[in-house]
Write a protein that binds this ligand. Sequence first.
Ligand SMILES: [Cu+2]
Length: 156
Amino acid sequence: MTRSFGYADGVTCLDASMFAQAFAAAPMEMSGSAAHFAATREAYSVDHTFLVKLLSVPKPIGFEKYFTVKFAVYDGHHPGKPLPSASIRIFAGMRHGLKHGFAHGMESSPKISGHEGVFTVQGMYFTMMGPWVVKMWVSDGTKHGIVYFKLPCCGA
Ligand SMILES: [Cu+2]
């Protein structure tokens, strides 16, 4: 089942306008070199409202290959079992040195399916070598939070 919540689309639009500003301000690198750091395993939102764990990711992530990642969302103060009421939205992109926002996103539109606080994201697709950032909006219906994961691109 795919869950969504209202404000995330508006926030994604914000990222798009930041993209436009960044694109105008800074020349875009057309190619980078492969990144070799380890993917972020878990991340808290502000005030530890939510804890999100990366359950699986290909090692290495393939360049210009579709891949799937799995996340589990927990109450950050009681991380015993995944939060069944959780819903997520994601945006994945590259910062290219920007402190806020993204220089660009992915060319694919990943599909999220979730059950009992565990989410499978299919259709991730990285088209440039270097560090990618997954920005995730999390909600339990009442509280909202944002977490970030860094993923390295790419292997063979
Ligand atoms: Cu890039």
